[in-house]
Design a protein around this ligand. Sequence first.
Ligand code: NAP
Length: 431
Amino acid sequence: MRHIAIIGSGPAGYYTAEAAQKLWGNEVRVDIVDRLPVPYGLIRTGVAPDHQQIKGVSRRYEATALSDNVRFVGNVTVGRDVTVAELRDEYDAVVLATGAPSDKPLGLPGDDLPGVVGSAAFVGWYNGHPDHADLAPPLRGLGAVVVGAGNVALDVARVLAKTKGEFGGSDIAGHALDRLSVGGFGTITILARRGPHQIAMTPKELGELDHLARAIPVVDPADLPPIEADAALDPGQRKSVGHLRRFATRIGGKPIRLVFDFYASPLRIEGDGRAERVVVERTRLDAHGAVVPTGATYAVPADLVVGCIGYRTPPIDGVPYDAKLGRFANDEGRIAPGLYAVGWARRGPTGTIGTNRPDGFMIIDHVVADLRTDGGKRGRAGLDELLAGRGVEVVTFRDWRRIDQAEVAAARPGSPREKFVSVKALLGARA
Ligand code: NAP
């Protein structure tokens, strides 16, 4: 019998469990440990609440979770309730699938002013993540600034722009819906430090901006490269740029302007005791596509500033860490004998949810190639003994299904669920 511990129950964790199951069948026992009492990580609290179709992938993870040899061990924090060293003693392999839940800081003067938040916190807030339920961001004013030109920036801008009615069918947290529906900004500005050809946004997500009830996407035609240059782009990027070209031809008529400000790099955030404006420097690209500051600056009104410039994996005691890259130090997922990283904890916050599947399978290939022991580890029996000795209250998958049912029962009309947004409330919903 092989015993694998996977830390983190998001996509990378479940795909790794699936890979182990496919390889060893009934000859493996997998424990998926999560610090929250609920599974699915990024699917539950990262994917936008109005992207329910994407969230549907959790049904696939449920199939893995419900098999006899995979167990969910929720409400257990590795590094606090149990150490990585202890897990390595008890399991043949320990796989860190902890994602990248911390914000890469903007690192600008004024980024500590009230009204400046990172996307992990902001997205966590509207998605009901217990860590961020109390965020209370400002949601009303002349302007909001979203820094970054990736899909997270698009999610944040779209959520800020939508009306209450447009969240029908979503599982946005009630506290966020209540506050967003009485708020609103005249202008939502997406600051992209490079140009339209360099965006990290995907076509489907950009196309959604065409259909917003009260907001219109705005692109300055002068920012667009000559149309012939689009031929050099890959088909997906060409489609994205096509959306931007169409936005550049649209004329007003809706109350909110969602402005793409290209060649715009934030310099500092200013305001009297809170964020009021972002001072931005105009940039240009050199022959190699690198950002060059031009010295020309201007101010963009901003009661809210959301940094959407990437994420980091928090370190765990005793695990080698690459502070520059913000993830575990690893070689193709190998950290140390019997210790691996997978998904965003391995490669950083890139790719789609599906990218984590080959990642999980690769890690299990490594585990097989590296196995030196011939069994004899205690696996879950050892973990249970440690946790019981420390009085840790473990949440099982069966408990999660009760929480799930309670959330579904509490849903407002048309919504799939109303999430419980504190660990206490989640634990209380098991009964
Ligand atoms: P991302 O795709 O890496 O985009 C980050 C953006 O931030 C880039 O435009 C980058 O510009 C910019 N940036 C980085 N540092 C900056 C700085 N110091 N100042 C100004 N701008 C800065 O990251 P993400 O948007 O967080 O998304 C993470 C991953 O999740 C991506 O793979 C994304 O596709 C995925 N995702 C997918 C969906 C979806 O499919 N619906 C939704 C959300 C997220 P440069 O390019 O100039 O560095």
